[in-house]
Write a protein that binds this ligand. Structure first.
Ligand code: PBG
Length: 328
């Protein structure tokens, strides 16, 4: 008679019920932040060609869209503004009646429960498309930019933003915003630092969406070099020291190791940004019939969470709401 070894495979994979029972990671719609583009240049929602299903919104249509997002169970939005006027000091970024300031008011009025996070950057407001003030040789001036960035964050808070998220990668961006918020009595307003933000090709479609492509050069002087991971830990550590309440790794897909490492080293809420290029690639391949969109998107998103992210910023968020319902 044949003698079989005593070791047996664990029979946990037989049914969906059993698989679910032992699942280590799960996606919930409450894990998501949905980015919204608000534009002074459009008077009806305009689909972003490289990001099907995502739109540039006029302020007038925002209340309805905010309600739709909230009804899907998505807890938070991240706002980007596209002003009709740009200059070399980004005036519209901190104008009390700037596009994002208006948008924040409309959303908080319409759906007070929806968490409004404002992206704090200057690139969309600069005629040259860089994230900071330039000197005469075209170099970004760190500390001059910080002053404008802090002003921008304060004006977002005054308009009613719940969380401000500096994304321009100037040194001391979190600290300078913490200072100005505290000085103005907003000691309880959290800051989400775009702590480890890489100079990435994956932002391509976003730059069409936000009309923020640099007119010359690139962002490599202030965004991180893709091969570096220890440097990312250093950027995150500094953000926390400056007062960040939440930290971010961006992009997500090609930086899963950075997410995992950040999760191991730091205890603050960790946000991963599933950026525009990561979205558009899936959309394009799916439209060609080359991949199964739902399956691939969900696999990527669960991967980001498994890597260690608590919260994911994703253009897929409304679809995820739908997909999770279908699976119930
Ligand atoms: C800068 C900013 C960018 C993104 C978010 N904030 C673009 C950039 O740094 O060039 C990219 C997000 C995406 O690609 O989805 N304001």
């Amino acid at each position: 008679m044949t003698v079989f070894p005593a070791i047996r495979p664990r029979r946990l994979r037989q049914t969906e019920q059993l698989r679910h029972f032992v699942r280590e990671t799960e996606l919930s719609i409450t894990d998501f932040i949905y980015p919204l583009f608000i534009s002074e240049e459009v008077n009806q929602p305009k689909e972003i060609s490289a990001m099907p299903g995502n739109f540039q919104w006029p302020v007038n249509d925002l209340a309805k869209e905010a309600l739709r997002i909230y009804s899907l169970g998505i807890p938070a939005v991240l706002l980007f503004g596209i002003p009709s006027e740009k200059d070399t000091v980004g005036s519209q970024a901190y104008a009390p009646k700037g596009i994002v300031q208006k948008a924040i008011k409309v959303i908080k009025n319409a759906v007070p429960e929806l968490i409004v996070i404002s992206d704090v950057c200057l690139c969309e407001y600069m005629s040259h498309g860089h994230c900071g003030v330039l000197d005469k040789n075209g170099y970004v001036q760190n500390d001059e930019s910080l002053v404008l960035l802090a002003k921008t964050a304060l004006s977002h808070k005054e308009a009613g933003a719940d969380i401000v998220a500096p994304s321009n990668m100037m040194d001391y961006q979190v600290g300078s915003i913490r200072e100005i918020l505290d000085k103005n009595g907003f000691t309880n307003t959290p800051i989400l630092g775009y702590s480890a933000k890489y100079a990435s090709g994956f932002y391509g479609p976003f730059r069409e969406a936000a009309q923020s492509a640099p007119q010359f050069g690139d962002r490599k002087a202030y965004q991180m070099d893709p091969p570096n991971v220890r440097e990312a830990m250093e950027e995150i550590r500094l953000d926390i020291q400056e007062g960040a309440d939440m930290i971010m790794v961006k992009p997500a897909l090609a930086y899963m190791d950075v997410i995992t490492k950040a999760r191991q080293q730091f205890n603050l809420p960790l946000i991963a940004y599933n950026v525009s290029g990561e979205y558009s690639m899936v959309k394009a391949a799916a439209q060609n019939g080359w991949i199964d969109e739902k399956r691939i998107a969900m696999e990527i998103l669960i991967g980001i969470k498994r890597a260690g992210a608590d919260i994911i910023i994703s253009y897929f968020a409304p679809q995820v709401a739908q997909w999770l319902k279908e699976n119930e």
